[in-house]
Design a protein around this ligand. Structure first.
Ligand code: PLP
Length: 366
C-alpha cells in the first residue's frame, strides 16, 4: 500500500503510523480469530495508545491486555475488561490495581502462592474480588509454572480464596514460530491439556485459556485448548516480524521518518534517529544485522547507534547513489514496541491527513 508524501516541514525523527495498514492488520487478525472461535484480547504494550485500542475494540476484540497497572489505568479509558498479563506484586502496584478493580473487570495472571496471597490481601482491603489466571510455562522459560501438578495446586489455592476468583490459565509461547519443530507444538498443547484434565478431575472449571504471540497468532488453532489469544505486535509489525517470516514489509504500519544529517564518506551516512528513537534492540533473527531497515537503501545496514545518531553503512561494493544531507529516509525499527515507548507522540496518516496523538501509556512501568 502506497504511503502518501510527507510535507517538507514535518519534524524528524518522528514515528508515523499508516492507518490503512493498521486497519488491514487488525481485520486480518480478527477474521482469523472469528473463524477459529478464539477471543482476541490484544496486548496494548505495542501501541500504548487509546486511539489504537479503540480501533482494536471496534474491530471485535473482546477486551485488552496490558503488562503493567499504569497501562491498565490508561486503557480503562476505553475498556473495562483488562487482563494484566504480568505478576502484579508489590505494595504500590497492588494498591493501584485494587483501586482500578472497584469499577472495572481486572484479571491478573500469576504463577505463585505469594502473589495470590498479596492479591487476596489487596482485594480484601478494598472489599472486591479479583479474577485470576494461572500462568503456565509452556517452553519459553520466563514466568509461569512448568509442572502441571504445581499449577493445579495453585489453581486450587486460588479457588479456595475468598477475594480471588479462579478464571483459567494463561501462557506465552514466545519460543514458538509457525515452522517450529512439531514436537514443540505438541508439548505446548500437552502442557495445557494436562492441567485442564487435572482441574476437571477436581471439579474446577477454567473458563479462559489464554495464549498467543504475534508469530504464533494465526496458527493458534494448532493448540486446540486455547480459547483466547493476546498478540500485540501484529497491529504495527516490525523488522523482527519480517525477518521471522510472519509479516511482510507492506504489513509494517509503523515507520520512523529520519533526516540525513551528515554524509561523512561515500559508504556512510548519519540519520537523526539513534538509540533514543529506535531503541538499542538487536534483531532477534540476526543480532549482527543492525538496528532496523532503511527502506530506500535495502542493502544498507544501520550499523551503529549513539543516542541521537544512526550510522548507516553501505556494502563495500557500493553501487547506489548516496543520499544528500537533508534528504529524508524511512526506517523500520527491529522492535516497534520499545520504539513506541520512547516517543511522546506519533503521527497518524489517514486519507492524506496527518494528525499528532499522544502515546498515552508511554513510560508507565509500575
Ligand atoms: C505475556 C505476553 N502476552 C502477549 C504478548 C504479545 O506477544 P507479541 O509481542 O509477539 O505480539 C507478550 C509479548 O511480550 C507477552 O509478554
Amino acid at each position: 500500500m502506497q504511503w502518501p508524501e510527507i510535507p517538507d516541514d514535518h519534524p524528524t525523527p518522528s514515528l508515523v503510523i499508516h492507518r490503512p495498514t493498521v486497519q488491514d492488520n487488525l481485520r486480518r487478525m480478527q477474521a482469523y480469530c472469528d473463524s477459529h472461535q478464539l477471543r482476541l484480547r490484544p496486548h496494548t504494550k505495542t501501541h500504548k495508545s487509546l486511539v489504537m485500542a479503540s480501533d482494536q475494540l471496534a474491530c471485535g476484540a473482546t477486551g485488552l491486555t496490558v503488562a503493567k497497572v499504569g497501562e491498565a489505568r490508561v486503557m480503562r479509558g476505553v475498556c473495562n475488561d483488562i487482563l494484566i498479563a504480568y505478576p502484579a506484586v508489590g505494595t504500590r502496584r497492588l494498591q493501584e490495581l485494587a483501586e482500578l478493580a472497584i469499577d472495572s473487570r481486572i484479571t491478573v495472571g500469576i504463577d505463585s502462592r505469594d502473589a495470590a496471597h498479596q492479591l487476596q490481601a489487596a482485594a480484601h482491603s478494598r472489599g472486591i474480588t479479583l479474577d485470576i489466571l494461572v500462568d503456565l510455562d509452556v517452553g519459553f522459560f520466563r514466568t509461569g509454572i512448568p509442572q502441571s501438578a504445581d499449577a493445579v495446586r495453585l489453581c486450587q489455592t486460588i479457588d479456595s480464596m475468598s477475594h480471588l476468583r479462579f478464571r483459567g490459565l494463561m501462557c506465552f509461547p514466545g519460543h514458538l514460530l509457525p515452522n517450529s519443530d512439531p514436537g514443540l507444538w505438541d508439548r505446548y498443547a500437552e502442557a495445557l491439556h494436562s492441567v485442564l484434565d487435572q482441574l476437571k478431575a477436581c471439579g474446577i472449571f477454567a473458563e479462559t485459556v489464554s495464549g498467543g504471540s504475534t508469530p504464533t497468532a494465526t496458527v493458534s488453532h494448532r493448540n486446540p485448548f486455547l480459547n483466547e489469544i493476546r498478540p500485540g505486535t501484529y497491529i504495527y509489525n516490525d523488522w523482527n516480524e519480517v525477518r521471522l517470516g510472519v509479516a511482510t514489509l507492506e504489513q509494517c504500519a509503523a515507520r520512523v521518518l529520519a533526516t540525513v544529517v551528515s554524509v561523512p564518506s561515500h559508504q556512510k551516512f548519519i540519520v537523526d534517529a539513534g538509540s533514543k528513537t529506535l531503541s538499542s534492540d538487536r534483531n532477534c533473527v540476526d543480532d549482527q544485522s543492525g538496528f532496523g531497515r532503511v527502506l530506500e537503501f535495502p542493502e544498507a545496514k544501520i550499523s551503529r547507534l549513539s543516542e541521537e545518531h544512526g550510522e548507516v553503512t553501505t556494502p563495500d561494493q557500493n553501487t547506489f547513489a548516496m543520499p544528500r544531507v537533508g534528504d529524508r529516509v524511512w526506517l523500520i525499527p527491529n522492535h516497534i514496541c520499545v520504539c513506541v515507548n520512547l516517543q511522546n507522540t506519533f503521527f497518524l496518516m489517514d486519507e492524506g491527513s496527518l494528525t499528532e496523538h499522544p502515546v498515552d501509556a508511554r513510560g508507565l512501568l509500575v
